[in-house]
Design a binder for this molecule. Sequence first.
Ligand code: GDP
Length: 211
Amino acid sequence: MEIHNATYLVSSAKVSQCPQPDKPEYAFIGRSNVGKSSLINMLTNNAKLAKVSKTPGKTTLINHFLINGERNADTPWYLVDLPGYGFAKRSQAQRAAWQKMLADYFQQRINLQTVFVLIDSRLSPQKIDLEFLAQLGEWGIPFNIVFTKADKNTQSETARNAKAFVNRMKEEWEYIPRTFITSTVKFTGRKDMLGYIEELNADFDPNAIAG
Ligand code: GDP
């Protein structure tokens, strides 16, 4: 799939404020600093796109972008930049609000095809990431894992960390969803991720949602 255009649409505090769920949607989430903005910019070929979500007031909101909305050749789809987890500075109340907003978003957003959960490929398996996946599992939300910043390790270190993470997942999960390895410096993983999104787009049936 080619990205012909990518535009910022809206930032929502509630799922009811999100755009009509008439297009396939892909959400991106991870710990702060995991490389989410860089990945979104790489995927969309737009060096500034995800900067919008980092502007004051939008870091705690659900940020929608429309991809390929102005061209008929490819299916238009929504890219969603979700607020990250693991901010030490957030208060208990802020964390509870984040949890509620995401619980509603994940459980009510009927056009959501998958959640790309970003994991820093330099780290050994982290409790906070595994806990988040367990939460997605409880909600029954499909997800895929994206190991980021692969250029910061040797290939074998990246492979070892990715394997260690998947092995930890296998303790809890029977089925391990597809994983991706990315580097925004080397443009690694872009084609694979866009190809995967294209496959899921092809299966999207707007009539099923309308009905
Ligand atoms: P976010 O907080 O998750 O949106 O993370 P950012 O995209 O802002 O990235 C955090 C830091 O990691 C920045 O300094 C990026 O330049 C750097 N970064 C992100 N992705 C990569 C990558 O693939 N390779 C390298 N070397 N650095 C990266």
